[in-house]
Design a protein around this ligand. Structure first.
Ligand SMILES: Nc1ncnc2c1ncn2[C@@H]1O[C@H](COP(=O)(O)OP(=O)(O)O)[C@@H](O)[C@H]1O
Ligand SMILES: [Mg+2]
Length: 216
């Protein structure tokens, strides 16, 4: 039987090390870090992959100027199946960069590396520590009823702010994998991520106006 004081190091231990010791020099992180795309290497160090969606990959990275952890969404332009995907990625960039709302990851910068092999677009945003509601549910986590109310209330506050703007933002992809939960003293802090399906009413109303003009 294994002595509980000597359990083998797990991937969860390594992840904790990676996030909690951002300045740890030649640590386990350094040896395990995944390669940073050369065009970004002057400013960021990629650490690990956080997620993989239908079109994009999301990486945890360290911003070298201030050691801040950031989340970088990468769209490999060669892998998109249509220009619509490319357009949606850039719509996410455009919408996120216009938002400053508690509960929505802050936008830092967008980087186009069209000369790279493969050519990629990057969206650098605030890293939300924690786990998505989707992965917690998949892992079998169950929430107390008071936590459920609190999560719903926080989500409603975020949606209210998104929709009560001069140019309302309609997220269109609210689901557990796009809701991040950060453990806090009295529950969770809720953040909404993934504005990759966002409706852009401005663009739509312009398009409708052009159509109406064309039809006389
Ligand atoms: N800002 C962020 N902070 C922390 N994790 C993130 C962040 N953005 C995305 N992720 C992780 O990456 C996953 C995929 O990101 P998402 O933006 O939802 O991309 P996709 O459009 O591919 O679904 C999320 O479910 C989450 O686990
Ligand atoms: Mg998503």
């Amino acid at each position: 039987m294994m002595d509980s004081a000597f359990r083998p190091i797990s991937s969860a231990d390594i992840e904790r090390l990676q996030v909690s010791q951002p300045e740890s020099g030649l640590s386990a992180e350094h040896e395990l870090a995944i390669p940073t795309p050369p065009s970004l290497a002057g400013n960021y160090q990629f650490i690990r992959q956080l997620g993989q969606g239908s079109q994009a990959k999301v990486f945890l990275a360290r911003r070298l100027s201030d050691n801040q952890m950031v989340a970088i969404k990468q769209l490999n332009i060669e892998s998109v199946s249509s220009w619509k995907e490319y357009d949606l990625f850039h719509r996410e960039v455009e919408v996120l960069s216009s938002l400053d709302i508690d509960g929505v990851a802050r936008f830092y910068e967008a980087i186009e590396c069209l000369e790279d092999n493969p050519p990629c677009s990057y969206l650098v945003q605030e890293y939300i520590e924690g786990e998505s509601l989707g992965s917690m549910l998949r892992a079998g986590h169950r929430f107390a009823i008071a936590e459920v109310y609190d999560i719903i209330l926080q989500m409603l506050r975020i949606l209210y702010q998104l929709q009560n703007r001069p140019d309302p933002v309609v997220h269109r992809d609210i689901k557990p994998s796009n809701i991040m939960l950060t453990p806090a003293a009295d529950g969770y802090v809720v953040s909404l991520i993934d504005f990759g399906a966002v409706a852009n009413p401005q663009v739509q109303s312009d398009a409708i106006q052009h159509h109406a003009d064309a039809c006389g």
